[in-house]
Design a binder for this molecule. Structure first.
Ligand SMILES: [Zn+2]
Length: 386
């Protein structure tokens, strides 16, 4: 009798588990999943920390925990393609110094679970970055390895052309494929193309993209040549709304070479940062059909306390320029996932993938979010994470 009672109890428990296959059910939210073409009220079920089902009216009885998210957007977790998170005490500037910020201190609360560090480390200090930050963070941190050996120290090391070794950088990227998703060339001061060429060479050797921060804009190396000739399809120009970028002609019309570059497959990234975004560039560009491919922050200790603030604030700027919520989610989820070739793992809510972000869009007027030099601009809709 005792044995059969135990069997009965076990089978009752098994039946109950079958009736409740989901750990968590997000009920009644507005799901926006551009990769899967969903823009509607749907329920999202999560089991064993993975997406288990996305459907209309999943019964509440099938989940152990149910959260009513009506009135909120439910999206794939956000991806920030341009961040600086190599925080430390031994290095300098963004390269293991205090200009970088620890990812868990700001990303998750903004719905960002994947950050791509944009060149803070180079091949000589990547191991420290990996040990101290990447391996210990709850956030997923990927890296664009700086083509300069010491990364972004902000000093003479960063300008040392002799230390931009494409073959050594490519060898490290091949050995660290799980983490290194591309290369970064940044803050170029010289008149020649050597840093860009070394970055592209490394990218070709390792079959991954290169992101360019052009540094000084100099007539000896025109920006048009960078995006029309030097970069390969899939390579990224970041800071696309930075004032020195030749974007508009005298009449305020978008310059045609930009569309030609996009047709070639060049990626134009926001990389807002502290001084690399101006509405006077972005508003006419968006209006004339030239939105950014990914929306990213260039977060560091300066920009987080200035006009950039966070991923949702940058997305909200584009929302207020007239882009749709679906469009800004696309450019903060699926687009960056494709750019870094992580389509299988992140950027969408397909069954088996990792969970979601919850955000709400407030329609109340709020504080001005302009950069100090831009025309007055008051946000009417702001996203916030829940
Ligand atoms: Zn940056």
């Amino acid at each position: 009798m005792r044995l059969s009672a135990t069997v009965l109890l076990l089978s009752a428990a098994a039946a109950f588990a079958q009736q409740q296959p989901y750990d968590l059910l997000l009920k009644g939210g507005h799901v926006i999943d551009p990769r899967n073409g969903i823009n509607a009220v749907r329920d999202v079920a999560i089991s064993k920390q993975r997406i288990a089902a996305v459907a209309a009216n999943i019964p509440a009885s099938q989940a152990r925990k149910v959260v009513n998210v009506a009135g909120l957007y439910v999206t794939p977790s956000l991806i920030d393609l341009h961040a600086h998170v190599f925080q430390g005490t031994e290095g300098k500037g963004l390269a293991g110094g205090n200009s970088s910020i620890h990812p868990d201190s700001f990303a998750l609360k903004n719905g960002v679970t994947t950050l791509v560090d944009a060149g803070s480390s180079g091949r000589r200090n990547f191991a420290v970055f990996k040990k101290d930050v990447i391996d210990k963070s709850r956030s997923r941190v990927l890296a664009l390895l700086n083509i300069g050996g010491m990364g972004m120290t902000g000093g003479a090391d960063e300008q040392n052309v002799a230390d931009r070794d494409a073959e050594a950088a490519a060898a490290l990227a091949k050995a660290e494929r799980k983490t290194i998703v591309g290369f970064k060339v940044a803050h170029c001061r010289g008149a020649d193309w050597t840093p860009v060429e070394r970055g592209v060479q490394a990218g070709t050797l390792a079959s991954i993209p290169v992101m360019i921060d052009f540094g000084e804009f100099r007539p000896e190396r025109p920006f048009q040549d960078l995006v029309l000739k030097k970069l390969r399809p899939g390579d990224i120009y970041t800071h696309c709304f930075y004032p020195p970028v030749p974007m508009l002609d005298d009449k305020g019309v978008l310059m045609p070479y930009l569309r030609d570059a996009r047709k070639r497959g060049i990626i134009f990234d926001v990389g807002h940062g502290g001084a690399a975004f101006e509405f006077r560039q972005a508003v006419p560009a968006v209006k004339q059909g030239f939105p950014p491919d990914p929306i990213s922050t260039d977060v560091h200790s300066g920009s987080i306390n200035a006009g950039m603030k966070d991923q949702l604030n940058v997305m909200s700027k584009f929302l207020n320029m007239g882009m749709t919520v679906e469009d800004i989610i696309l450019r903060s989820t699926w687009n960056p996932a494709k750019i870094i070739k992580r389509e299988r793992q992140i950027g969408h809510l397909s069954v088996g993938r990792l969970p979601t972000s919850l955000s709400s869009a407030s329609s109340a007027a709020s504080t001005p979010s302009s950069t100090p030099t831009a025309p007055a601009w008051t946000a009417r809709r702001n996203l916030s994470a829940t």
